[in-house]
Design a binder for this molecule. Structure first.
Ligand SMILES: C[S@@+](CC[C@H](N)C(=O)[O-])C[C@H]1O[C@@H](n2cnc3c(N)ncnc32)[C@H](O)[C@@H]1O
Length: 250
């Protein structure tokens, strides 16, 4: 985390916590179940790491699992406590997890693994995971196989949006883990043009940019959505792909 922009982006979300809770998508149940099935025994106690406002926590709790959520930002944690009161929400970081050794059967990470110091985080995750347990990072991406979505994301990308590619992260090897496997799951996020712009405004790249830069970006995207037949009026389904990784702890 030596690059100040990267550190700034990683810690930027709290200033938009309520909008994040309202406008970011959740995760498909099939992706969560695929992750859980990577463990040697059926997981019961799971950790959601970098849990934010609880988008993934809610999916895990909905499967009847005993969920602990660890999140460094107090404003994100406050939203999480409101959204998923059944989960135990703790302050903490991936590189220093406030749990004892061999405490959980699975560690899930939604849209946050790329913000971690990955080698240090994998060592710490291995410490809290029981042998045979599973680490499951996942990300939601716009499905760029759909032409209008490809054009929209191209217009919105505006330089480096993602701090690390998931292909690179998939190669993250660690002595305590089997190699990562991956799978992809289709789902959708019901949006209007305005609510999609609200979603974009919760991206770290937009949060840390100057007011003039983010206004210019949102204007460019608003003009595109107004001119595009699929998004010009009313509600539409934004096609998403959830990319999930899983690696079993040795
Ligand atoms: C894009 S949000 C994802 C939140 C949530 N998991 C979700 O899927 O919506 C990234 C989250 O990672 C957290 N984060 C950033 N660096 C972290 C670290 N080193 N350890 C744990 N969490 C971190 C941020 O505070 C933020 O809440």
């Amino acid at each position: 985390m030596s690059d100040p922009t990267r550190a700034q982006r990683a810690s930027s979300f709290g200033s938009r916590a309520a909008a994040y809770a309202r406008h970011r998508p959740d995760y498909p149940r099939q992706a969560i179940e695929w992750g859980l099935s990577g463990a040697a025994a059926t997981p019961r106690r799971v950790l959601d790491l970098g849990a934010g406002t609880g988008k993934l926590t809610l999916g895990l709790a909905g499967l009847g699992l005993d969920v602990t959520a660890v999140e460094p930002d107090p404003e994100m944690r406050a939203e999480l406590a409101r959204a998923v009161p059944s989960a135990t929400a703790l302050a903490g970081q991936a590189e220093r997890i406030p749990l004892p050794d061999a405490d959980v059967d699975a560690v899930f990470v939604g849209q946050a693994f790329h913000w971690f110091d990955v080698p240090a985080a994998m060592t710490e995750i291995a410490r809290v995971l029981r042998p045979g347990g599973v680490l499951v990072p996942m990300w939601n991406y716009e499905d760029e196989s759909v032409p209008w979505v490809a054009e929209f994301t191209r217009l919105g990308r505006d330089g480096a949006r993602r701090p690390a590619s998931t292909d690179d992260l998939r190669q993250s090897a660690h002595a305590e883990f089997e190699p990562f496997e991956s799978d992809r799951f289709h789902h959708t996020h019901r949006r209007t043009a305005e609510s999609l712009l609200e979603t974009i405004a919760t991206y770290s790249m937009v949060i840390v940019s100057s007011p003039a830069e983010s206004a210019a970006l949102l204007t460019r995207l608003r003009e595109f959505l107004a001119s595009n037949p699929e998004t010009a009026e009313g509600e539409f389904d934004l096609p998403l792909i959830t990319l999930a990784l899983r690696a079993r702890r040795r």
